[in-house]
Design a protein around this ligand. Structure first.
Ligand SMILES: [Zn+2]
Length: 131
């Protein structure tokens, strides 16, 4: 099956073959969501194509976190009509949303780093090969 780049990113697939999974466990397994395959199980690509590649994912993760915080803050402001109790309406919801989003944020930032900034190109012939 041919996947678009977007589908491969959402599905956490390899940037070269778009078939092999990047992560070992599904995101909802709280103790295992961060475990990555060292190499693509389908095409054998080493995911950390250069040392410290995923250091850059921290900046993507930071941007996503700030976006979530601002989004929840604005949403709370609009829904509750500028509430006075900042703990109840801003700090607690923002903290909870940020913590709940950790697995998503961690994984999508690494996948974005792999797909957009690692320099690995999609090779269609690899996606059709079965191992
Ligand atoms: Zn692959």
């Amino acid at each position: 099956m041919q996947r678009t780049k977007f589908q491969a990113m959402i599905g956490g697939r390899c940037p070269r073959c778009r078939q092999g999974k990047v992560f070992m466990a599904p995101w909802w397994q709280v103790t295992k969501f961060s475990r990555m395959h060292e190499h693509c199980p389908h095409c054998g690509l080493r995911y950390e194509v250069e040392p410290g590649l995923f250091f850059g994912a921290m900046f993507i993760s930071y941007a996503i976190s700030v976006g979530i915080m601002i989004g929840i803050g604005v949403l709370s402001f609009v829904i509750f009509n500028d509430p006075d109790n900042i703990w109840l309406y801003y700090i607690i919801p923002i903290t909870v949303a940020s913590l709940v989003a950790v697995p998503f944020n961690f994984r999508i930032s690494r996948v974005i780093m792999l797909h957009l900034f690692s320099g690995v190109r999609y090779e269609e012939n690899l996606s059709n090969r079965s191992l």
